[in-house]
Design a protein around this ligand. Structure first.
Ligand code: THG
Length: 369
């Protein structure tokens, strides 16, 4: 690329920033007003490590929004359509968050640290300001802050071997989205079984940013026998695995979508009876129906490069939907993409997308895919 991001003081640095630079990071993206590594110069090797070995990622940009105080549980439940009843201390849950009109504004992982203490591990939008405003406007007795907490992901089929070597065998017993608070030789951590890939692993939530480089080095050393290497949240794997990327797949300001359109309907628990922001809108949408739905797509032809912009999807020359993100999947031997299409699109319809090298046929996979 003929241009580079300017590394200035206005964009925040992760506690792992210096360690990733020392390990040869070659590109950054910006997420929650913070630099997040994009790749380390060999995307093919990074993909192979994630699928066959183990990778470590700086995901400090997954900032935590802390809810603490007598009304913390009430605020958490007010923020999401998903029923939080039965969520235990030491467990997390994926919680879509909507605005009053039912549009998704974030899709965090919620961690319950105590009955009156929660973290929202947020995707790329300003949930701290939203949660603070909701709390203050409703007069709730709760502190809302962004604490000094910075996740580091270890992902891949050998990730649990690395976690075991680093932390001990108990990590293997953590259930998915379960977590535990520990100290690793003076480094305070929350260790969670989670991560933005379907290859398995843990996320280490560092609770002291001054120890970022030290933690990075510890993980790297423990992972050496397993061939660990640096990486980044992997868009190819997430497209293959059907994981959502807020910002790429939807964004309230420029590409709004509601949970039904994103196929998050099972997480909209209208029958649970709890009051939450967006309830009236989501009840109406559920009653009246919705016209579009997220689909997994195959882009036919030669391997594609990633796209820098969302792309229009055409049916007989007319724009009917949007391709969010695409990548070539070596594992599936196809170009895979996510997009939004009309629900009444006839099965077997063939669409077109225009790439720099010309038009391509696009085939939606069955809706369940
Ligand atoms: N881990 C943590 N924080 C995060 C992410 C993460 N914050 C930002 C972003 N990722 C939030 N988005 C997601 C998207 C998917 C998942 C987690 C966070 C996920 N989904 C599982 C799935 O789709 O199979 C489980 C969903 C479910 O509960 O049914 O894990 O990765 N800390």
């Amino acid at each position: 690329m003929p241009y580079a991001l300017h590394i200035g003081p206005n964009i925040r640095k992760s506690p792992y920033f210096d360690a990733t630079v020392a390990d040869g990071v070659q590109g950054f993206s910006v997420y929650n007003h913070m630099f997040i590594p994009g790749h380390f110069g060999d995307p093919e090797a990074e993909y192979d490590r994630l699928l066959n070995g183990v990778a470590m990622w700086d995901v400090a940009a997954q900032r935590q929004v802390e809810l603490k105080g007598p009304d913390a549980a009430r605020l958490a439940q007010r923020l999401t359509p998903r029923d939080l009843d039965g969520l235990k201390v030491g467990r997390g849950r994926y919680v879509p968050i909507c605005d009053h009109d039912g549009w998704l504004i974030n899709d965090p992982v919620l961690l319950k640290l105590a009955e009156d203490h929660f973290w929202l591990s947020v995707a790329d939008s300003d949930m701290h300001l939203w949660a603070l405003a909701v709390a203050r406007e409703s007069g709730m007795d709760v502190q809302v802050s962004e604490p000094d907490v910075s996740p580091l992901a270890i992902q891949g089929p050998k990730a649990m071997d690395v976690a075991d070597a680093l932390l001990g065998g108990w990590v293997r017993d953590l259930p998915f989205f379960g977590f535990r608070e520990v100290e690793l030789e003076g480094i305070p951590l929350v260790v969670a079984r989670s991560g933005w890939s379907k290859q398995g692993g843990v996320e280490l939530y560092l609770r002291d940013g001054s120890k970022g480089v030290a933690l990075w080095q510890r993980v790297k050393a423990a992972g050496q026998p397993f061939g660990i290497g640096p990486g980044a949240p992997n868009d190819t794997e997430r497209l293959e695995s059907g994981l959502i990327s807020y910002g790429a797949d939807m964004r309230r300001q420029c590409q709004p979508a509601n949970p039904f359109e994103m196929r998050f309907g099972a997480m909209v628990n209208l029958d649970a009876g709890h009051g939450f922001i967006g309830r009236a809108a989501l009840e109406r949408i559920k009653a009246e129906g919705w016209t579009r739905e997220r689909r997994v797509l195959e882009v036919e032809g030669a391997p594609v490069e990633g796209n820098a912009h969302p792309l229009p999807l055409l049916l007989d020359g007319t724009e009917v939907g949007t391709l969010f993100e695409m990548a070539h999947s070596r594992r599936l031997e196809i170009n895979i993409a996510h997009g939004m299409l009309p629900r009444d699109l006839p099965e077997g319809a063939t669409l077109t997308v225009t790439l720099p090298d010309g038009p391509r046929r696009v085939v939606p996979r069955p809706s369940s895919g």
